[in-house]
Design a protein around this ligand. Structure first.
Ligand code: FE
Length: 176
């Protein structure tokens, strides 16, 4: 086989490979993911949460839907958590997954809630984002895919990371 034939064969193989978008009727429960919980102290396999836009719209405000489900960004210094200092856990607004402990929240001056470490790396997804002519890393909820914000490498010790997160993608659970 020459290179051209190999290339064509490879393209056909790729085109014929089933993928998530090619499977119809996939809903919650189709793809397991491991999510860490601070109450059990371990990661547990659970089903990913997949909902339609209409289903998310019923559970979220207009701003929350635009930001968490459609990769929007709230204006700096306008969200409910950028200047929030209570002791507890920040959760995914969409699915309740534990995302960031308040102990890792710091004053970044950016106007968005900023954290240097998630509850567990298992609970967040990192996705290359080249939109808006910038090379950034998007942060998502590992369980429901919610857009949370972006992570940058100009954060404080010990990680040196700055997870810059939209308040609209978060809920807060106060420590009892
Ligand atoms: Fe989530």
């Amino acid at each position: 086989m020459n290179t051209f034939t190999l290339l064509i064969a490879a393209l056909i193989a790729i085109a014929c490979t089933p993928n998530s978008t090619g499977q119809t009727g996939q809903k919650s429960g189709s793809k397991p993911v491991s999510i860490y919980s601070t109450s059990t102290g371990k990661a547990t396999p659970m089903n990913r949460i997949e909902k339609t836009d209409d289903e998310w719209r019923k559970e979220l405000s207009e701003d929350e839907f635009r930001i968490a489900r459609k990769k929007g960004t709230e204006r700096a210094f306008t969200g409910k958590y950028w200047n929030h200092h209570e002791d507890g856990l920040y959760l995914c607004r969409c699915c309740g997954t534990e995302l960031f402990p308040s102990a890792t929240k710091f004053e970044s001056g950016s106007g968005w809630p900023s954290f240097y470490d998630p509850v567990s790396k298992a609970n967040v997804g990192l996705v290359e984002d080249n939109s808006l002519m910038m090379e950034r890393t998007e942060v998502t909820c590992a369980r429901c895919g919610a857009h949370l914000g972006h992570v940058f490498d100009d954060g404080p010790k010990p990680t040196g990371l700055r997870y810059c997160i939209n308040s609209a993608s978060l809920d807060f659970k106060k420590r009892k």
